[in-house]
Write a new protein. Structure first.
Length: 101
């Protein structure tokens, strides 16, 4: 059984036991959260939209962290203008405990 969840402006395909890195959430490590389901796929059917009202995914926050560093380099040709910048996106790691249909 799979579920499509939305958090942080992105959608993720999850199943029970998966570990997913999502956008940073304001939740403490070890706490349990529930996420809304956009679509639900079982072995024989697919439910989406109003058909999944009441369905949810329970997950546990396992860690917070920062992703890999991205180097940003901009310049203007022939003007001796150079700018170097880096970025590390913060994330929350979730362990999917159950899909409640």
């Amino acid at each position: 059984m799979y579920a499509i969840i939305a958090t942080g402006g992105k959608q993720y395909k999850v199943s029970e036991g998966d570990t997913v890195k999502v956008e940073l959430l304001k939740a403490e490590v070890g706490s349990k959260i529930t996420l809304d389901v956009l679509a639900l796929m079982t072995d024989d059917e697919v439910k989406a939209g109003k058909a999944v009202d009441g369905a949810s995914v329970s997950a546990e926050v396992t860690a917070h962290g920062k992703g890999k560093k991205i180097n940003i380099f901009t310049y203007k040709a022939k003007k001796n203008v150079r700018k170097r910048q880096g970025h590390r996106q913060p994330y929350t790691e979730l362990k999917i405990l159950a899909i409640n249909a």
